[in-house]
Each structure stands twice: as C-alpha cells, then as structure tokens.
Design a protein around this ligand. Structure first.
Ligand code: NI
Ligand code: MN
Length: 227
C-alpha cells in the first residue's frame, strides 16, 4: 500500500492496481499543489461533509467516472450532483473491487453550507481501508474517544492517519494517546498547518510518538510512504 499525502487530510492510496483518494480538499488548500484534474482514481472516499474534506469530490468523481463512497446522507447529496455513489454508515464494511472500506466512529460534526443553507451531512466517520494485507486507519476529524481502544483491539492497523491540529479536532497530545490506543506502529499526522488556527509543531509530535515506540511519518505534500 502506497500512501501519498496531498495536504490537510487528503490521501491518495494505491495498491494492487487500484487507487482511491480520501477527503480530496485540493482547490482552496494553500498547501496542496495538486490539481484535481491530475487525480486518477477508482473511488473517492469521504469521512464527512465539511468543505476541507469534501473539497473537489464531485469534480474528481465525474472526471474519473468513479463512485463517491461516503456516509449515506452525504452520498445522497453527491448523487443529486450527478455522480455515482455508495452510501455507507458507521460499523458497516464492504469489499469493493481491490479494496475494503469499513466506517468507524468519529466524534465531530458534519454539514455542508451551500449558499445560505446548512445541509446535514450524516454522521462524521473514520475509515479503515484495507488493500491486500495492509490496513490504513484514516480517523477523519475527531476528538480523542475511548472506543479507539476497541478499534485497535479488533483491527490490525498498519498505519494510522490522525488529525493533530487541535481547535477543530484532537491536538497533538490527544493524538499521541490515540496512536497508542489504536495500536498503530506508524502514524501519519493530518489536519495541521493548513490554517493559522491549526498550526502545530509536527516534529515535536513525532518525538512524542517515538517515546511510545511509534514511528511518526510527517510527510510533506506529495510525498509518499509505502507500508
Ligand atoms: Ni470537519
Ligand atoms: Mn476538517
């Protein structure tokens, strides 16, 4: 499984000839440096509806003629915009062609703002994405919560991608606890330094992980890690 960081919480994940993008916030992300038109994928996966995750989802799904896989209410919103969708919900998993998706809890909110309307985006979620014998846990936006221990007990997670930005999600201290609770040997920090409110010292976070015997992998935009 090859994981490429596209800034904020966006990951391109490739394996076994398939590729998916999670939370494709590219346009409007000051750090992305990637054009939606350059993204070639078999599916777009969303953790929740907020604009810094939903991002270029519709355009990428249209250009690739691929489905958007999302919490069901968010999938329904996407369907109204003319893309193929698969609406799932927390606790549910599905084996797609070449990859498996399981939706997990996340403690956050989920809505879209369209003009002066606020649209309910379904429950926010995390994603367990399995390709071959490797599993990535993308926590989405979330607070630290105790059931992360259960997620860690029930799944062999090879890499956990965790928000560390604080303010809207866990900060680095809680994320370091989450890393231990989900029993991940490697952690990729997400959701930091995109905006002033979520500036963090990622090197200090990785040093804290190292004390717990966990490898912190702070990828720069468009850098990849193979697990
Ligand atoms: Ni959010
Ligand atoms: Mn967010």
């Amino acid at each position: 499984m090859k994981i490429t960081y596209l800034g904020h919480s966006a990951l391109l994940v490739e394996g076994g000839g398939k590729s998916v993008i999670i939370d494709p916030f590219l346009t409007g992300n000051p750090n992305s440096g990637v054009k939606p038109a350059d993204i070639k994928v078999d599916a777009v996966l969303l953790t929740h509806a907020h604009g810094d995750h939903f991002g270029d989802c519709i355009g990428i799904a249209q250009a690739n003629d691929c489905p958007v896989i999302a919490p069901v209410e968010l999938a329904n919103y996407c369907m109204e915009h003319g893309v193929k969708t698969v609406g799932m919900n927390i606790g549910g998993s599905h084996q797609f062609d070449g990859f498996k998706v399981k939706y997990t809890l996340a403690f956050h909110s989920s809505s879209l703002t369209v003009g002066d309307r606020v649209i309910y985006g379904g429950e926010p979620a995390g994603i367990l994405l399995t390709m071959g014998d490797k599993t990535l846990y993308h926590a989405g936006d979330t607070a630290l919560f105790g059931d992360m221990k259960i997620i860690g007990e029930l799944n062999k997670i090879d890499l956990a991608a965790l928000p560390i930005g604080d303010f809207f999600t866990m900060g680095p201290e809680d994320a370091a606890i989450a890393a231990q609770w989900v029993q991940a040997p490697k952690v990729l920090p997400l959701h930091y330094n995109t905006f002033p409110a979520i500036e963090q010292d990622v090197d200090a976070f990785c040093a804290k992980l190292q004390e717990a015997g966990i490898e912190g992998i702070a990828l720069k935009n468009r850098e990849s890690v193979e697990i």
